[in-house]
Ligand binder design. Structure first.
Ligand code: AMP
Length: 174
């Protein structure tokens, strides 16, 4: 099976989770399959090439699971972006709009050095608000976003429109 088919096969659609009208893309079957999991990590690393980035920024929570092995294989450091209130040291925060209400994410102020090259990794790109806010946090550190890699892009939500000229790489687009 090629990687595209394998990914589609191992991501489970859960209707009406976490609320009515949302089709949740559950990646746990993919993570439990070592061939699929390793294939995804390798595909992200190969797309950019080892040695091209200094830090991988992973977005809580499922983004962490993908970003950590990507960082290891890249030979890059790992930096967490977390929901507000979870990081212990001084943090930058960024608030963005959700369908109803807002969300705030944070990153440690000293996690990135000015000029460092950063790849942002998450599981799903939906409306793009989370990835946009993460990229803005990176920019506030003076570091450079070289790309955003996601496992799956929900193209009908037009998340790319929020991401301007950033290089968005998705392994599967639905
Ligand atoms: P967004 O900010 O709308 O692009 O949403 C992206 C974030 O929310 C990612 O961290 C995803 O893990 C999560 N997310 C949004 N929509 C879904 C979905 N349909 N299935 C799984 N995760 C989602």
């Amino acid at each position: 099976m090629d990687l595209d088919k394998l990914i589609q096969d191992r991501i489970r659609d859960v209707p009406d989770y976490p609320k009515p009208g949302v089709m949740f893309k559950d990646i746990t079957p993919l993570l439990a399959d070592h061939v699929a999991f390793a294939g995804v990590v390798d595909a992200i690393v190969n797309h950019h090439g080892r040695g091209t980035v200094d830090k991988i920024v992973g977005i809580e929570a499922r983004g962490f699971i993908l970003a950590a092995p990507v960082a290891y294989h890249f030979g890059a450091g790992f930096v967490p972006v977390r929901k507000k209130g979870k990081l212990p040291a001084n943090s930058f925060e960024q608030t963005y709009d959700l369908e109803y209400g807002t969300e705030t994410i944070e990153m440690h102020q000293d996690a990135l050095a000015p000029g460092e090259r950063v790849l942002v990794v998450d599981d799903v790109l939906a409306t793009g608000g989370t990835a946009r806010a993460a990229a803005d946090l990176v920019a506030r550190s003076g570091a450079e976003v070289v790309g955003i890699s996601v496992l799956m892009e929900l193209s009908f939500l037009h998340g790319r429109d929020k991401l301007g000229n950033l290089d968005v790489h998705s392994l599967v687009t639905v």
